[in-house]
Design a protein around this ligand. Structure first.
Ligand code: PMP
Length: 322
């Protein structure tokens, strides 16, 4: 993977869609249509890739686009890559700079989702991680809400277990692991739910299919620990900070039983995609009053203010694009 080379295709208007956008691929900014791989690619056959999901928020008031926790995402990306022995040719600083440049070159002025993807690329049948070449791509697209953030989600506890750290490292954001999430969320949708919550192999609450989970019990916020086979969410950290700073809540990381979900005062999900989303039903049981919780609402509001640059206390979370 070479360093950034400038392209001659600098855009004058934002792309009409993903296919019309520029992406970073193998050291250059190229039209999306040119960023192609062979069907024999190792990662396509075996799921040997690492990725990130990063959001950027547009502030119409400030005419500025803010990338949220950019460095934290690339630090996790680098850790995931180490786990899969993917050699990133760009440092975390260079990945951040390349991402900002990619957004600028596309001329985006709206909420965005940015997807970095590093993967084993050699067309080899052999199942190994070492001595397999790596490729890096980063693309970005306009993005709104991933789930409904206002009315409250109706979720189930999934019959699929969360992958355990000794099967596929849960704290690495590796592509193959998302079979686990896809099975759980697809099953949930088939059964009429909006989302699924995984239990660990030993029966404790782990996380949602693409998000971490929090419960409010007696004015204390509780979330499963990093040893519960969760992805160590960046939004999870942000929410814990907001809960302590803005709401003055105690936050505890500890094992959570399934039945605590049913009896919690409030439950919510958090993650880059889902943002902060209230959960109002679990396995057919209403949570609290059955309406989105008051604490969840206040946390969601604090989060949305922070990510759009409206709370100066959290300006260090944001990287300005323009
Ligand atoms: N768990 C899983 C399985 C996820 O895919 C995500 C989304 N990246 C999260 C948790 C939340 O992580 P983050 O807040 O860093 O987006």
């Amino acid at each position: 993977m070479a360093k950034v080379e400038s392209t001659e295709t600098v855009r004058t208007a934002a792309p009409r869609g993903l296919e019309d956008s520029l992406c970073y691929f193998d050291g250059r900014f190229v039209p999306m249509a040119e960023a192609k791989v062979s069907v024999a690619t190792h990662a396509l056959n075996y799921g040997t890739g690492c990725f990130e999901g990063i959001r950027a928020y547009w502030s119409a008031e400030r005419e500025q686009l803010y990338v949220l926790k950019l460095r934290e995402h690339y630090e996790r990306f680098a850790r995931s890559c180490r786990m899969l022995k993917i050699r990133l040719q760009l440092s975390v600083d260079e990945l951040c700079a390349t991402t900002l440049e990619l957004i600028r070159q596309n001329g985006y002025r709206s909420d965005l989702y940015v997807r970095p993807l590093a993967f084993k690329s050699t067309p080899t049948i052999k199942l190994m991680l070492r001595d397999v070449a790596d490729q890096l791509a980063i693309f970005a697209q306009p993005f709104g809400n991933y789930v409904d953030v206002s009315s409250g989600l109706n979720v189930c506890v999934s019959p699929w277990q969360r992958i355990s750290d000794n099967a596929i490292p849960a704290r690495a954001k590796v592509t193959g692991a998302y079979i686990n999430s896809a099975l759980a969320v697809d099953d949930a949708l088939e059964a009429g739910f909006d989302e699924a919550i995984f239990l660990t192999e030993d029966g404790h609450v782990s996380e949602g299919s693409s998000c971490n989970v929090f419960l409010l019990r007696n004015r204390t916020l509780v979330t499963p620990p990093v040893s519960a086979d969760i992805l160590e969410g960046i939004t999870r950290d942000a929410v814990m900070q907001l809960a302590r700073d803005v709401l003055g809540l105690e936050v505890i990381e500890r094992d959570v039983d399934r039945s605590e979900l049913y009896t919690a005062d409030e439950v919510f999900f958090c993650g880059t995609g889902v943002q902060v989303s209230p959960v109002t039903r679990v396995d057919g049981r209403a949570i609290g009053t059955g309406a989105p919780g008051e604490v969840t609402g206040r946390l969601q509001q604090a989060y949305f203010r922070a990510v759009r640059g409206e709370d100066p206390r959290y300006s260090s979370w944001l990287e300005s694009v323009y």
